[in-house]
Design a protein around this ligand. Structure first.
Ligand code: SF4
Length: 148
């Protein structure tokens, strides 16, 4: 039997009522940041919010996800597309990789077109560091529109 890649997802607490529709859809269809897994099966073993700025739950949630076998943590696309984008996203990345030795991926589902349009206007993602962060979830326009 093929080994599944086990994944934990941390979402921005601004979207704490989110039922994960776009994240689970893109995980199923291997779109956005999940396209990196290709034909490998994936299993989402944890899904929670950061618990609000400055993201105190990140310190605790990863322990629980690891107990379920999490090998990769995805920082959900909401951290990237919110207004403003999460100011702590790089800190979360560095904390999780340093403390737990886990891989951390920026984003989950493809960036919806409506968010791209406003961030282009605002110039939010112009800096090189943001260009790196949006890379895994910036698909073609057809896919962006499909996630609007
Ligand atoms: S902006 Fe960042 S720290 Fe604040 S609620 Fe969202 S993910 Fe958490």
């Amino acid at each position: 039997m093929a080994v599944k890649k086990k994944i934990g997802i941390i979402i921005c607490d601004r979207y704490h009522r989110c039922a994960g529709g776009k994240c689970f859809r893109s995980a199923r269809d291997k779109e956005g940041a999940f396209s990196r897994y290709g034909n490998q099966e994936i299993e989402i073993v944890g899904f929670t919010t950061c618990d609000g700025c400055p993201g105190g739950n990140v310190e605790y949630a990863v322990d629980e996800m690891m107990a379920n076998g999490a090998e990769v943590i995805h920082l959900a696309t909401g951290l990237i597309v919110g207004y403003p984008p999460c100011p702590y996203i790089q800190d979360f990345h560095d904390f999780i990789t340093t403390k737990y030795g886990l891989e951390v991926v920026f984003g989950t589902h493809p960036i919806p077109e409506k968010y791209k349009l406003i961030h282009d206007q605002l110039g939010t993602w112009k800096e090189p560091r943001w260009q790196e962060i949006i890379k895994p979830t910036m698909p073609d326009q057809k896919t962006r529109l499909a996630y609007d």
